[in-house]
Design a protein around this ligand. Structure first.
Ligand SMILES: NC(=[NH2+])NCCC[C@H](N)C(=O)O
Length: 533
């Protein structure tokens, strides 16, 4: 694939005058049939670009949308990746990305405040994620055959600039996440090693726990990069190989969680569940914003669009199936753990393990440690996989150097992208203590999830409103965004008012305005639809 030199420039520095990549050309060839409604307004016109002032050319480049039709997507699928993942592998991919340290740690942190109500926190966060998963499922079956996930959907629904910003947010999340998880994994391995009496206390800290230099700015750790190299090699060898490792590890951790639940059921004392919400519903709702982290990961499935055997059917099943499995497992674990011990006695760092050792069930404690290691390994493995596919998507679109768009002819993996993401994570994990940064992890994911939900509305809107006229001076597209921003703001104000116990009137007003905003969105869509008929 050849690419014009301008493709190396950042998105804001390119104008419509650049030479398109071959993929762009093929996409543009299908433009007439695929470009929908408002998209036509953003399409750069080659003839007008030459005389166009620099600034408007720049804006046009940033505001163009990617035209994708089912046919264009299908045509693009033969470019190197191979379709090897069945529905079970996709569900396990989603579960592998989701069940990590969250369930083993966050449960205790939240339960200390929300009490047994942490179960409701998990159910609430799960319900919110189901709505998101439905959005991902709809888009995954709409664009079933091209890699890119949230980035691709944003590019198709909004524009290049927004898509690029979503990509940067996701990358911040994934790069820091990979380094942070690799360091936790390294610490776990050293803890396991130190179970051997002769090894205990003799492992230098630069091997696994991290040796600090320059006042803690640098923290050297050798094992984390080694683990990352091993996982990168597995990922480079092929999607079948990496999926096999993920399937094995994920099945292991699911079995462990089920064993933990069954072992704990016999230790439950129902009196520990009363009161169920000792600090009220507010603590439960606040807790649900924290436990949201434990569900993050189901979206990984959307990134295997080009490697799924039957993407249109299997991707939605993979996304929703993995999320529902997590909801069931998490709620069961919460019920059991809060029934085993009074919530005030649950540990913050390793609540599950501590609850079982308090009951004298040492073997379950060991199982939990194995489950945690398997969990961290699969979240890391799938995270690296997703990153490489995102880089591949941007490389193909010319938003990143074309080297990222290359797929190895025999291994059928995006080798350069995969090695790059492995190297970035290895350098971060080997030299810095990124745990402090890991608190911002959910930001990238939340951005991705919010934008994907907005994509669903925008795309449905432009499907049906192609011929309808806009109100006044603003375009239909702007009307939609305006309504969405109003609804989001009202949700935010209602949340803040509830959290800080402001007058109930604020919540009611915010709710009414949000309802009006949602209805006007719906009304415009329905009326546009009947108009078109
Ligand atoms: N993209 C991410 N931030 N992934 C982190 C996944 C965390 C995972 N749900 C856990 O509980 O450990």
């Amino acid at each position: 694939m050849t690419q014009g030199p301008t493709s190396l420039l950042p998105v804001w520095a390119r104008t419509t005058a650049r030479r398109p990549s071959s993929r762009r050309q093929s996409l543009h060839a299908t433009t007439a049939e695929a470009m929908d409604g408002e998209g036509a307004h953003h399409r750069p016109s080659p003839s007008s670009s030459s005389g166009r002032p620099f600034l408007s050319g720049l804006c046009a480049a940033a505001l163009r949308r990617k035209p994708i039709s089912a046919r264009a997507s299908a045509a693009a699928s033969g470019e190197g990746l191979v379709r090897q993942l069945g529905v079970l592998e996709l569900v396990l991919l989603g579960i592998g990305a989701s069940i990590g340290a969250g369930i083993f740690v966050i449960t205790g942190t939240v339960a200390r405040d929300a009490g047994p109500g942490v179960t409701i926190s998990f159910a609430l966060a799960g319900a919110a994620c189901v709505l998101n998963a439905l959005c991902y499922a709809e888009l995954a079956s709409r664009f079933p055959a091209v890699v890119g996930g949230a980035y691709l959907y944003t590019y198709a629904a909004f524009n290049e600039l927004t898509a690029f910003l979503v990509f940067t947010q996701l990358m911040l999340d994934y790069h820091i996440g990979a380094a942070s998880i690799a360091r936790s994994l390294a610490s776990y391995f050293i803890q396991f090693l130190e179970l051997i009496p002769s090894v205990k206390g003799n492992v230098p800290s630069w091997i696994g726990h991290g040796e600090e230099f320059f006042g803690g700015v640098i923290s050297v750790n050798i094992l984390a990069p080694i683990l990352l190299v091993i996982l990168t090699v597995i990922l480079c060898r092929g999607v079948k190989e990496s999926s096999a490792v993920n399937t094995f590890m994920t099945t292991l951790k699911i079995i462990i969680v089920i064993v933990v639940v069954f072992a704990g059921v016999f230790e439950v004392d129902v009196s520990n569940w009363s009161p169920f919400m000792p600090n009220g519903f507010k603590a439960v709702v606040t807790g649900s914003t924290v436990v949201f982290f434990a569900y993050v990961g189901f979206d990984a499935v959307a990134n295997s669009a080009e490697e799924a055997k039957n993407p249109q059917r299997d991707l939605p099943i993979g996304i929703l199936g993995s999320l529902l499995a997590c909801v069931i497992l998490y709620v069961a674990v919460c019920l059991v753990i809060t029934g085993m011990l009074p919530y005030t006695l649950l540990g913050e760092d390793a609540p599950l393990a501590e609850a079982f050792s308090a009951k004298g069930l040492k073997f379950v404690t060991v199982l939990i440690s194995i489950g945690a290691v398997a969990g961290l390994t699969t979240t890391l493995l799938v995270g690296l996989y997703v990153q490489s596919r995102l880089y591949l998507g941007l490389g193909r679109d010319g938003l990143l150097p074309s080297i990222f768009s290359k797929v190895h002819p025999t291994l059928h993996t995006p080798l350069h992208s995969q090695i790059w993401v492995g190297c970035v994570a290895a350098v971060l994990a080997g030299l810095f203590n990124v745990h402090a940064l890991s608190h911002i992890l959910s930001v990238g994911t939340l951005t991705g999830y919010s934008v994907v939900s907005a994509c669903v509305i925008t795309l449905r809107w432009s499907d049906k409103a192609t011929n309808s006229r806009s109100l006044g001076k603003i375009s239909i597209w702007q009307e939609g965004v305006f309504c969405l921003v109003i609804v989001a703001l009202c949700g935010f104000i209602a949340g803040i008012s509830y959290r800080f116990s402001y007058s109930i009137a604020f919540i009611i007003i915010a709710f009414l305005i949000a309802t009006a905003g949602s209805f006007s969105l719906l009304f415009r869509q329905v009326s546009a639809f009947s108009f078109n008929l």
